[in-house]
Write a protein that binds this ligand. Structure first.
Ligand code: PLP
Length: 412
């Protein structure tokens, strides 16, 4: 809490900054014996620590003039070369040159940069509801108006979006819509994937009303069953789409490497915005990632990561069938990614339920945290990535106990 003279001096942004519910919950999740389905942190057992350790030693000793120095804001050339190959191998994206890339400090920084180069107080940003909380927070700093489009089992409600755009166009406000932000594949928090038909329809609308699409794709490579539909970027190209990618979920978040893939004019603006934020991202971790990609086949490594998360997803769903279904809880079965979105029957407030969850030492993120302008919600996000697979059934059992106790308390 900032008090006295400091509080008076805070900027509009400073006054509005709030601690994120997810961060607060992470504290509780550290209590011994707690089982957390809260944060979206990857399973550390998937990190190639030995391989990265060996490379780190080598590049620190032999390439210290680069790895321990400031590097160009745009990023490590070697990593860019490797990343261009990776985009082709994973996504079949082939139209990217180095000038279309900016390496950022995680894709979280990419979101912050986009807010700074595109948004003003009178801007509109179209987001999915629910949406990735970190993006909402990053955009919020510029005080735009959010327009929330309901998310369905196969991606955002395109009819609703069309109506919104038509209304804004009729009111003469369409120019104020800066971009549509979407996580189309294995969405955070809802786990759903936008169908190919909806992807095409979204692009058509964006073209009709001349709006940029920001496609945030940290999870596309983490599919368990079938490969997801083509990315929006692949379908519509860099004239329409800004693609965000990250190494956080396919290698490790500790490297803090994200990537903006876009038209070169947008990249050069983004470079200027990044310069004033942090001059450059770490050359050490970028070279580490580049050398890992050169030495090992990331696609092979990804196979083992997918297997780990697929097993965890299946264990969680099986436990939910047994313990949560009897309470009328429903969910989607995600085809990849790290999250399952659950919905409890009407009358359950998952935010209020957290008090009981804290006693029972089980954690989840109430759906309200991801929804724009919603008072209460009976939804929640469960992540299956971090807890060891052996404890997942016990965590779900505890969640059922939380529901039982809340049900009794409220006479539901
Ligand atoms: C949709 C989405 N975008 C961006 C991020 C930020 O990731 P990072 O900054 O680690 O690349 C996350 C992290 O969970 C995410 O889920």
């Amino acid at each position: 809490m900032v008090t006295g003279i400091f509080e008076e001096k805070l900027s509009k942004i400073g006054k509005n900054l709030k601690s994120s519910l997810i961060r607060d919950l992470l504290k509780y999740a550290q209590i011994p014996g707690a089982i957390s389905f809260g944060g979206g942190a990857p399973d550390p057992e998937t990190f190639p620590s030995k391989e990265l350790g060996e490379i780190a030693k080598e590049i620190l000793e032999n390439e210290y003039k680069f790895t321990l120095q400031y590097i160009p804001t745009e990023g490590d050339e070697e990593l860019k070369e490797e990343f261009i190959k990776l985009l082709d191998r994973i996504y079949g994206i082939t139209d990217v040159a180095k000038k279309n890339l900016l390496m950022t400090t995680g894709s979280q920084q990419a979101l912050d940069i986009l807010a700074r180069i595109f948004l003003d107080e009178d801007s509109y940003v179209i987001v999915e509801s629910p949406s990735y909380l970190g993006a909402l927070n990053a955009f919020y700093v510029s005080f735009p108006k959010f327009i929330a489009i309901p998310l369905e089992k196969d991606g955002m409600d395109i009819n609703y979006l069309e109506k919104v755009l038509k209304d804004l166009d009729e009111k003469g406000e369409i120019e104020k819509v800066k971009f549509i932000y979407t996580v189309p594949t294995f969405q955070n928090p809802a786990g759903v994937t936008m169908s190919l038909e909806k992807r095409k329809a979204l692009i058509e609308l964006a073209e009709k009303y001349d709006i940029i699409i920001v496609e945030d794709d940290p999870y596309g490579a983490l599919y368990f069953d079938e490969t997801p539909p083509d990315s929006l970027y692949k379908l519509a190209g860099k004239e329409r789409v800004i693609l965000l990618n990250t190494f956080s979920k396919i290698l490790t978040p500790g490297l803090r490497i994200g990537v903006i893939i876009a038209d070169e004019n947008i990249i050069s603006k983004a470079v200027m915005a990044k310069q004033s934020a942090d001059l450059c991202s770490s050359g050490l971790t970028q070279r580490l990632a580049a050398r890992f990609l050169k030495k090992y086949d990331l696609l092979d490594y990804l196979k083992s990561i997918r297997a780990v998360y697929k097993e965890k997803r299946d264990i969680m769903i099986e436990a939910m069938e047994e313990h949560l279904k009897p309470y009328g809880v429903t969910w989607n079965k995600p085809g990849g990614g790290l999250f399952i979105w659950i919905e409890l029957p009407e009358g359950y407030d998952t935010m209020e339920m957290l008090d009981i969850a804290k006693e029972k030492l089980v954690f989840y993120i109430p759906g309200k945290a991801f929804l724009v302008d919603v008072e209460k919600s009976s939804t929640a996000r469960l992540s299956f990535c971090l807890p060891p697979k052996e404890v997942i059934p016990e965590g779900i059992k505890r969640l059922a106990e939380v529901i039982e106790e809340y049900k009794k308390e409220k006479g539901l």
